[in-house]
Design a protein around this ligand. Sequence first.
Ligand SMILES: O=C(O)CCC(=O)N[C@@H](CCC(=O)O)C(=O)O
Ligand SMILES: [Zn+2]
Length: 333
Amino acid sequence: MLSDWLDLTLGGNAGAIRTGRLTTGSFDCQGPGILELTPEAPVSGAHACVISAGIHGNETAPIELVGELLARLEAGQLRLGAPLLVLLGNIPAIRHSQRFITTNLNRLFRHDLSLEGDEPERARELMASVDDFYQRHADLPRLHYDMHTAIRDSRYPRFVVEPFADSPSAPLQWQWLAAADMQAVLHQHQHSWTFSHYSKHYHGAQAFTLELGRVAPFGHNDMTALRPLRHLLETLLEGREPQRGDPARMAFFRVEQELMRHAEDFRLCFADDVANFTEFPPGSCLARDAVAGDCVVGEQPLAVVFPNAEVELGARAALLVRASETPSGETRC
Ligand SMILES: O=C(O)CCC(=O)N[C@@H](CCC(=O)O)C(=O)O
Ligand SMILES: [Zn+2]
């Protein structure tokens, strides 16, 4: 049964179900954590939808959300109207309730990846499944929502990260995401090799990272806060036109700088309970790095997003951001 897919996959029995039928389509388990749903009758205007969760193994709310969607499809409460690829990212890390096992999977989505190991191998499998899916549905507009939760509290608990690309995202996306009760948008200023960036950069998909609250164990997530997003996902998988909200309800930010960790001896200068999007005035010391020196805020205030002193050497330890007036990241004067 489709609703057993998550449990079987996480229990190491991914091979126990292969293909099956729904009232309105069929499903095909193409590999561990790789599930494609195909409608009997695709609805005109439908998107080729990719929904991914568990790219970081301790981020459980998105996995629970996928479980809710599959259960409602199986129960016939939703009519499948769009091709849908559901991906569960780092399966061993989910089993261990860890962000990753050896290296951060969400930095490996690039065609020239040369690393070896379990996470690089998984990135290759996921990239190949996305390539194959979009190629087989080449006539449809492409969409990818990669769902995460954040390590810290956030001033905006639900926010969107818009990957960098040459062309801006479709303005309609901000209307859909506002209706889904996303509260802020963070525009990336450079390539980041995340999963959503992969779909946007290599496939021209409308692709975003969605941060959906704070990391919590299974069963401890506030799923009611995610109802509006569930509604958006349901509408898309039914192939219907999503509701539109007012993007002016969301706060827009752009990344000014990535703070990198260079030294073993690296620390952030603020407390662990400082929330994402907290602003620091000019002159504040944000980090001390024995190799790179101090990171100090310049003439304009900066806010911190995803600060994490525990990242690998050479990895991003925080995004330093400023408010912008528009989704594509123009900064206020
Ligand atoms: O809370 C944190 O520090 C990390 C939450 C998380 O996993 N965020 C993603 C964002 C991806 C992006 O920049 O698009 C990540 O760090 O991979
Ligand atoms: Zn994550």
